[in-house]
Ligand binder design. Structure first.
Ligand SMILES: Cc1cc2nc3c(=O)[nH]c(=O)nc-3n(C[C@H](O)[C@H](O)[C@H](O)COP(=O)(O)OP(=O)(O)OC[C@H]3O[C@@H](n4cnc5c(N)ncnc54)[C@H](O)[C@@H]3O)c2cc1C
Length: 337
């Protein structure tokens, strides 16, 4: 069976789930990594190190910036000439668009955000969460190629082996496009929750420390935000100690405590880290859908009946303003920091 894996990267920085897709592809057959862009020689080399049997690299200045028209038509042309059974992508904002546009060119369908995939003769059975993760849907897809975007961290990442190499095959780029990228500006608060192995999240509870006296002259809302910032400083300290990222509930975001890029849940990010520590988060269903696939969940909440405890493997009932700093200190000692 012949599998294409699209290696999604921005200026040579690879979206890690691309390698997870490559590892999954290896379980089905011969893997061709598809690398697009004129700044991606290292990406092409890394694809061999992660186990690709072949690397097709469309190295053209027209592909320096991701544009749906050039990328989709280049990928579709490669798929038409090589005829793979399956094309795997990591699920990202870019690949949702790219996979959909290529699928139209190739007259096939796309299964997005897949968390399980099995071969079944010439077809594939994909598992993906639906109804906000309450049900897992199994879908058989028999088009050719089957196109699948996989959820980040749902499949194991293969080990990188620097001794593996190969010669990269140059591929032709399709360069017609109506759009042109004029530039990029970095978002100040960009956070990569999707790839984080550890997330420490804060909810509305981080603002609830009446013993903290805000600076004079603040109105009630300003005092609430100031208190919440003290709470989030503790959450951030724990996250940094553990080498993790900071998440938040929507109540914390709506309250103005922290920016939206940290929000986990139905209208935020869906995450599945190895460890998720929820501090002062009640566990509303809209939050749970974003984090309940985490491997280990720890909840710190002063209400023993909070729904977050139903999904937590470890629960601490108490005041986060006492527990979080104590936990950070203990972890610093344990990790020698
Ligand atoms: C359409 C829709 C989409 C939504 N999308 C999202 C989403 O993407 N993400 C999301 O999170 N929510 C989302 N929500 C909102 C969701 O319903 C909840 O309102 C929200 O998750 C509550 O956030 P919270 O747990 O921080 O706050 P609360 O529910 O107010 O809980 C605060 C918790 O902190 C605890 N606490 C208070 N003080 C302390 C303390 N000192 N120490 C320890 N614990 C303390 C309390 O016991 C309580 O359990 C959505 C809602 C709707 C209707």
């Amino acid at each position: 069976m012949k599998i294409f894996v699209y290696i999604d990267h921005f200026k040579g920085e690879v979206q890690p789930a691309s390698w997870e897709a490559l590892g999954l592809a290896k379980t089905f057959g011969t893997v061709t990594a598809i690398v697009l862009g004129s700044d991606a020689n290292d990406v092409a080399k890394a694809a061999f190190e992660f186990g690709a049997d072949e690397v097709l690299h469309a190295d053209d200045s027209a592909l320096l910036d991701y544009r749906a028209e050039t990328y989709a038509s280049t990928l579709s042309a490669l798929a038409s000439s090589h005829n793979p059974n399956l094309i795997l992508f990591p699920t990202t904002a870019r690949t949702r668009e790219l996979a959909a546009m290529s699928a139209v060119d190739l007259n096939t369908g796309v299964l997005t955000d897949v968390t399980g995939l099995e071969a079944n003769g010439d077809s594939f059975i994909a598992t993906r969460p639906i109804y906000e993760g309450k049900l897992l849907e199994k879908t058989v897809c028999s088009g050719k190629p089957v196109m699948v975007t996989i959820r980040g961290r749902a499949f194991p990442k293969p080990n990188r082996d620097a001794s593996k190499s190969g010669s990269v095959t140059k591929a032709a780029a399709k360069t017609d496009a109506l759009s042109e990228v004029k530039g990029y500006s970095a978002s100040e608060s960009a956070v990569n929750l999707g790839d984080a192995g550890i997330i420490v999240s804060g909810g509305r509870g981080v603002s609830n420390n009446p013993s903290l006296t805000p600076p004079a002259g603040m109105d009630e809302k300003q005092a609430e935000i100031w208190r919440a910032q003290q709470g989030f400083a503790l959450v951030t300290d724990l996250a940094k100690t553990l080498g993790g990222a900071v998440g938040a509930s929507r109540a914390a975001v709506d309250g103005g405590y922290i920016s939206y890029s940290h929000q986990v849940g139905q209208t935020g990010k869906v995450v599945s880290p190895d460890l998720y520590i929820a501090c002062g988060v009640s566990g509303a269903i809209q939050h749970l859908v974003g984090m309940r696939n985490s491997k280990v969940i720890v909840a710190i909440n002063k209400d023993a009946d909070a729904p977050i405890f139903k999904v937590a493997r470890y629960g601490v009932v108490g005041d986060l303003f006492q527990i979080v700093p104590a936990l950070t200190e203990a972890m610093k000692k344990k990790l020698g920091k």
